[in-house]
Design a protein around this ligand. Structure first.
Ligand SMILES: CC(C)(COP(=O)(O)OP(=O)(O)OC[C@H]1O[C@@H](n2cnc3c(N)ncnc32)[C@H](O)[C@@H]1OP(=O)(O)O)[C@@H](O)C(=O)NCCC(=O)NCCS
Length: 328
């Protein structure tokens, strides 16, 4: 265990992360990468540097690795099929984290493959994906759909795909998007926010006890397990909220273990008054300073959040945000 990646000159592991690393200056990562080698024996390596050539389609993998690099609070590990010339990367929780067979919020895998048609064998291995559990697979590669559906059929389970729009949020991400779009920093609709609420709302961060509130408004939530997941995100990652006169949140923004900004909400009474715009601005500014890679997904039917993304000058990516939910 612990073969430093730099001992593989010329062909660094995960060629895909290079540009991101150059931009972030990531250099002292201590990421556990597990490789299934030709003899099908697992080897562990500590990567010192990740490189990249297709940044557009591996946001979730990159965002997750970023957080692994910051103390790995969700206790994840990265698996690759070959070393050093890998085809597929899977990021997943370590086995000891996956104790609840029904908890697909925890049993979440991020997948990136250079050749999605050739990753079925790897994804089918029980050491890579535990198909006996309720789980979800996230990827920005819609082309994984066939492989995942084939595997679901082989494992005699059911799979449902959710496909949403994907946006780059961070300055880093925008640079990566190599877009000609105007990516100037937006500013919040300050006048609107100030005139209405400056005196009665207080900028703060969520407390873990606010998990139930966030859970009520989260599209993917509304159950006990999603509430646990939200509580963990609140405890682990920076988040922001506005407290109302009663001292409870009236608007909030969070992020998850993949670096995605999600689970935003505003209480119905306070909507359409610029609160999420204001918090998104605060969140983006703060996380940009910390060098976080940030992205978000928006449901095709959620025109309000699409408007927000447009106002915030977030960059709509040419690929989608995908999530496959599997039931054995
Ligand atoms: C989506 C949601 C978070 C927006 O919060 P909000 O505080 O009302 O948002 P803002 O007031 O900052 O509005 C953002 C933009 O959308 C527009 N907008 C907000 N509500 C709108 C509505 N009902 N119809 C049309 N436009 C609307 C605003 O006018 C603003 O655009 P503008 O600055 O160009 O005028 C809130 O409606 C909500 O909690 N919805 C349910 C949960 C959800 O969908 N969460 C997001 C996905 S996880």
């Amino acid at each position: 265990m612990g073969v430093p990646i730099k001992e593989h000159p010329g062909r660094a592991i995960l060629v895909m992360m290079e540009k991101f690393c150059n931009l972030t200056g990531l250099s002292t990562s201590n990421i556990l990468v597990v490789v299934l080698d030709r003899r099908r024996a697992w080897r562990s390596l500590h990567a010192t540097k990740f490189t990249e050539h297709t940044a557009r389609i591996l946001l979730q993998v990159y965002g997750t690795v970023f957080h692994m690099n910051q103390g790995n609070p969700f206790k994840l590990k990265a698996l690759v099929d070959k070393w050093p010339d890998f085809n597929t990367v899977v990021i997943r929780p370590q086995e000891q984290e996956m104790t609840d067979e029904l908890d697909h919020y925890t049993n979440t895998y991020q997948v990136y493959s250079k050749d999605p048609k050739k990753c079925q064998e790897f994804l089918g291995l029980p050491e890579v994906i535990n198909w006996k559990q309720h789980l979800q697979i996230q990827s920005t590669q819609s082309s994984l759909d066939d492989v995942i559906k084939n595997l679901a059929a082989l494992k005699l389970g059911k799979v449902k795909q959710t496909q949403c729009l994907l946006y780059m949020v961070s300055e880093l991400g925008k640079k990566m998007a190599n877009s000609l779009l105007d990516a100037k920093n937006p500013s919040p609709n300050d006048n609107k926010f100030k005139s209405i609420h400056q005196k009665i709302l207080q900028l703060s961060s969520l407390d873990p006890s606010h998990d139930a509130l966030v859970n009520t408004f989260w599209y993917f939530g509304g159950n006990e397990r999603s509430q646990r997941f939200i509580e963990r995100c609140i405890k682990t990652f920076p988040n922001w909220c506005l407290l109302g006169p009663e001292g409870t949140p009236v608007s909030w923004v969070l992020m998850d273990q993949t670096g995605e900004m999600r689970m935003a909400g505003t209480m119905p009474k306070y909507r359409r008054q610029g609160l999420i715009t204001y918090l998104s601005y605060i969140q983006t500014q703060a996380l940009n300073k910390l060098g976080f890679p940030m992205y978000s997904h928006v449901d095709r039917a959620n025109h309000i959040m699409q408007k927000l993304a447009l106002n915030m000058k977030n960059i709509r990516m040419p690929c989608d945000w995908n999530q496959w939910n599997f039931l054995p």
